[in-house]
Design a protein around this ligand. Sequence first.
Ligand SMILES: [Zn+2]
Ligand SMILES: [Zn+2]
Length: 400
Amino acid sequence: MILKTSKEILREITLCDHCLGRQFGKISISTNERRGKVIRNLLNCLNPELSTNFNKQKPCFLCDNIFERAEDIVKNISPDFEFFTFHAGTKIPEEIMKKEEMLKEKYGLQYQESIKQELNRELGKDIGAIIGKEFKREKEDVTILLHPYDSKVEYVINPLFIYGRYNKLVRGIPQTKWFCTRCKGRGCAKCGNTGKMYDVSVEELISELFLKETKGADSSFHGAGREDIDVLMLGNGRPFVLEIKSPKIRDIDLQKLELEVNQINEGKVRISGLCFVEKEIVEKIKNTHMRKTYLAEIDVCLTEEEKRKIEEFFLDRDIYQETPNRVVHRRADKTRIRKVYKVLTSKENCSSLEIYCDGGLYIKELISGDEGRTNPSIAELLGKNIKCVLLNVISIEEKV
Ligand SMILES: [Zn+2]
Ligand SMILES: [Zn+2]
């Protein structure tokens, strides 16, 4: 069957051993080249009059003898960035894929392997040997995309992900870059041509040095939730992942950078516990609601009776919270249920509350009631207007 089909094909077109063998590639485990050779030898032996012998002077109908040039193709790889693991692929011209498809249909070649698969395999072997880096099927540092037919090489450098925790020690700066609401970042009179609502952000204060050190193209900051601009982030800090896009240097000294970032931003932002992580951690820290502890200052002086009432009532209490009035214009309006585990009042002063609760609970609204949108609330419990005047996050649960 193989011989009969091969004979028919080779009567019409020229194929190299690789391409001949590949038409039956899924039949046996031998290499395509070897299989092609065996078929050709057999045909020549059984049909000496037919002279199906492959003439090396003639280019192969399918691949244009690309396999003879494999070594040269791989020599085009000359990356100017640091990496340790790679994945390789090839870009095959459309017309070659079409020819292959045509052949498959015409001769009913159900065991045909595609030229792309064989080239990936053959070139991949050489690449590893030549560049001396580790081949990885996933989570590789870089994807090397060879264009064998026009001596081009494309590199897709995968991002670097760095986990850590941050403290925000001053009020008035947002967590991430906040584009000007009028010009959306282009720069206008409202924002003094900065394109931003605020001069700096936690994101920028942290990422600047990392971008410099890695020679990255850009960065993204992923926080485990965020505090309001006027809220401090104290205690053990808030988990974040800094994503550096297209880094040219990957092997950076995190301890050294942590020190430098903390020196430059003294009194503003502090980072700790840095380590390299995989991409999955980003989703994880964004989607797990970690328990939080807040310290709130309110605008009334609580009586001993009111303190007792608050502590007794807010024990493992479910809070029904519609999206607060102040953010509903930019966030979906929905009702969420979050737990308050306990609220501690202070012996020394009458306007401090320590609140232990689920992440994602809006504390200012837990205090004020937000015109009935948060239920129950401290204001409702005491039957009076109460506002939060100062808020700090003092602890975020450790586990990620
Ligand atoms: Zn060929
Ligand atoms: Zn603007």
